[in-house]
Design a protein around this ligand. Structure first.
Ligand code: KIV
Length: 272
């Protein structure tokens, strides 16, 4: 029987010293494959905007788009915890907006938790969400939704003062009730210090090996992408090359007439 991963398992995993493996998913098919592989959590990241929808950053991603992709991921998932990103300006305005919008991600999308970017500025929002029953994953370090303020996708907490601020933010977000915190693109020693200071697990991305878990954008991890990937990404496959060469073989077969003559299956198989 499949035992569903719950937000409450995260802290227990940290205390048992078990690392947490999280990956992004944006559709039901990929969710099914990653769930079958045994991933602990699937993040419906607002990276969907860049990875799937062709935007340069995550700012244009809407709540409706996140609900649409979250519902698809939930349909493909049996075991993993499904966490959905709250998009830009759906939680920074007021706690009431945050509750309403998180409610839509959970009720219409089926998310089991939401992820919010930011530190002290959103502590009251995190507290309110947790108080009304919405599990919250924090996100500190590089905050992609702040790309225009920061001036790019830049590594964060690279000096002692910023590292101290990040630690204070992490403690405040934990205190507000978050069950885990993503640490993106910060030095490994800063991530190690934050991880040791927190009772809840840290999930690193470009934050060194000492976080309690790791998350990657799946399309980067499997090479389903024909551009460069961030330097911290370990690529386990080059699926983009397989897609292109398979399509080339198909095109050659069709154009030469070989496809219809010799490669059509004898028994028709469903196409959907
Ligand atoms: O949107 C996303 O995929 C994320 C991960 C990079 C952590 O927030």
């Amino acid at each position: 029987m499949t035992t569903k991963v719950r937000t409450t398992d995260f802290r227990e995993k940290k205390h048992r010293g078990e690392k947490i493996a999280m990956l992004t998913a944006y559709d039901a098919n990929m969710a099914r494959l990653l769930d079958k592989a045994g991933v602990d959590a699937l993040l419906v990241g607002d990276s969907v905007g860049m990875v799937m929808l062709g935007y340069d950053n995550t700012v244009p991603v809407t709540l409706d788009a996140m609900i649409h992709h979250t519902a698809a991921v939930v349909r493909g998932t049996q075991r993993a915890l499904v966490v959905a990103d709250m998009p830009f300006l759906t939680y920074q305005t007021t706690a009431a907006d945050a509750v309403r919008n998180a409610g839509r991600l959970m009720q219409e999308g089926g998310a089991e938790a939401v992820k919010l970017e930011g530190g002290s500025a959103i502590v009251d929002v995190v507290k309110r969400l947790v108080d009304v029953g919405v599990p919250v994953m924090g996100h500190l370090g590089l905050l992609p939704q702040s790309v225009h303020r920061v001036g790019g996708f830049l590594r964060q907490a690279t000096n002692p003062r910023d590292a101290d601020i990040l630690l204070a933010d992490a403690l405040a977000i934990e205190q507000a009730g978050a069950f885990a915190i993503v640490l993106e693109s910060i030095p490994a020693d800063v991530a190690r210090t934050v991880t040791a200071a927190l009772d809840v697990p840290t999930i690193g991305i470009g934050a060194g090996p000492d976080c309690d878990g790791q998350v990657l954008v799946t399309n980067d991890m499997i090479g389903l992408f024909d551009g460069p990937v961030p330097s911290f990404v370990k690529q386990y496959a080059r699926v983009a090359e397989t897609v292109t060469s398979s399509a080339q073989s198909y095109i050659d077969d069709v154009r030469s007439g070989r496809y219809a003559r010799s490669t059509a299956p004898k028994t028709p198989t469903p196409t959907t």
